[in-house]
Ligand binder design. Sequence first.
Ligand code: HPA
Length: 238
Amino acid sequence: MPTPHISAGDGAFAEAVLLPGDPLRARYIAESFLDDAVEVTAVRNMLGFTGTYGGMSVSVMGTGMGVPSASIYITELIRTYGARRLVRVGSCGGISSDVGMREIILAIGAGTDSGVNRARYSGWDFAATADFRLLLAAVDAAAAGGHVAHVGNVHTSDSFYNPVADALGTWQRMNVLAVEMETAGLYGIAAEEGVRALSVLTVSDHLVTAEETTSEERERSFDDMVVVALDALVADAA
Ligand code: HPA
């Protein structure tokens, strides 16, 4: 049955789903990395595809930007379409001086200024964490591919243009590696629904050094990240 935001038929999605923010990136992943990919939904141009990778059935679906948008698609993919392993592939802004441009960050946990996990957790502070086995598989996949991958906490912000004075200082004091806009939502939903999730990110800009990537560099690091995510899903299924 279609949902309010996804028009695919029953069984159209795989249990393993990659989640880029940008729907055109979903199409790019489907066309560049999956075999026999077919478009399964395009409501509001939020594109979803299903194909295979290394013989494993896998889907890829855009989420839009931010926790509210991503939460809609993630919830419907899990509740209606049977998604059980969800891996976000996206960009982040580097905070730690240990993380370099274009390097991969595997988010072991996500703090947030979003209220969604407090709403889920009776107002207490929920520990929004990655699935351990997916995380381990991604660490191995990154090492096998020769990519630098940092494992640590990220901050999921509701604001790209953050109004909080010295937010950066707070993140640095707590040794947060990077800031992005979806992971805490993904991990909170995954916990509540009893499914497994991971965020694989690349550093597209650095908040301290003010470095930015060119679109060509972003494409190359995006490709590396997608292969790490797909290889991790295949290894995890074995
Ligand atoms: N802030 C939030 N999200 C991001 C950033 C950022 O600086 N860079 C990439 N995603």
